[in-house]
Design a protein around this ligand. Structure first.
Ligand code: ACO
Ligand code: LMR
Length: 267
């Protein structure tokens, strides 16, 4: 019989061969006739599921709250400097994206892991904070440069309230809020930050929405999908900053000497 050449490539999320493009088996016409929205498209292409409307709405809310946080943050700053160096949109965007990591915008997956593992182990929030301190480990998803108890982050409030209202289970969120009570006693800016809040609410959602087995939910978390949400959301802002610099015809940026402390000397 015929021997089929083994394929070099395997893909399970989309197919453009037929009459109509499909996102995970759902035709592009259905994507529109069912009004699944951007959240529904993310759910098809990232999670290979048609998640319930409350989950799709949550994904969209995450993209909206992470879209931008002003020109002063690391990523927007890089994007702006790159745009002002005359580079194209993709370069400016990539330059911004490259700053996303453990200190800025890329703490979601590690936050989810730390809080979920601690919650599941049965440790108390206080003992968890003490353990991290002893091991000299920062708690991912906690701390902010400008937001604090006195200057709360409305993005966190919005995400928290939605999760409380719409998800069946909030146990990881509640655990993280217990941790926040302890850390903010030490310093008022050691709040559950936007990365941390999204991470714990998303974990509660994945575990309780009924669309994933526990193992599938754990797998997804280990792939880094949560940082992907911040990357996707903040790309909206970075592209905005690039276009803004062009609109404002900003020249090449050079950092002022008086804002640099020069300490060079022979070691
Ligand atoms: N867990 C425990 N302790 C912390 C944490 C944390 N996450 N963050 C700061 N601290 C402590 C430090 O150990 C330090 O303590 P000390 O005074 O006893 O030495 C003190 O708070 C000040 O630390 P800094 O590093 O100066 O705090 P800064 O305000 O500069 O850092 C940052 C802010 C980078 C967000 C930090 O809190 C952090 O790394 N958090 C964890 C990573 C994270 O969640 N990043 C995402 C931020 S949100 C976003 O980018 C959209
Ligand atoms: C952000 O969303 O970029 C911020 O929370 C980080 C910051 O320092 O404002």
């Amino acid at each position: 019989g015929m021997v089929r050449k083994p394929a070099n490539f395997i893909s399970s999320i989309s197919d453009d061969r037929g009459e109509e493009l499909q996102y995970c088996g759902v035709s592009i016409s259905e994507v529109f006739s069912q009004s699944v929205g951007v959240g529904g498209v993310v759910s098809l292409l990232w999670f290979r599921r048609q998640l319930p409307p409350a989950c799709c709405k949550f994904i969209e809310m995450v993209l909206m709250v992470t879209a931008d946080h002003g020109p002063a943050v690391s990523g927007a700053h890089n994007t702006i400097v790159t745009a002002r160096a005359g580079k194209d949109l993709v370069s400016a965007l990539c330059s911004g994206l490259l700053t996303i990591g453990p200190r800025f915008g890329g703490a979601l997956d590690d936050a989810a892991k730390m809080f979920a593992e601690a919650h599941d182990s049965g440790v108390s929030p206080k003992d968890f904070v003490d353990q991290c301190k002893k091991q000299n480990k920062l708690i991912m998803g906690v701390g902010h440069r400008i937001k604090s108890l006195a200057n709360p982050d409305q993005r966190v409030e919005i995400i928290k309230q939605y999760a409380k209202k719409c998800f069946k289970d909030n146990s990881i969120l509640d655990f993280a809020l217990g941790v926040e009570q302890i850390t903010t006693k030490k310093r008022a800016n050691l709040i559950l930050n936007v990365d941390g809040c999204i991470a714990v609410c998303f974990t509660d959602m994945l575990r309780s929405c009924g669309a994933f087995s526990r193992e599938e939910a754990e797998d997804l978390m280990s792939f880094g999908c949560l940082n992907g949400l911040f990357v996707l959301g903040r790309s909206l802002g970075f592209i905005g900053h690039h276009l803004d610099q062009l609109r404002l015809k900003q020249p090449l940026y050079r950092h002022p000497w008086d804002d640099i402390t020069y300490i060079s000397q022979l070691a």
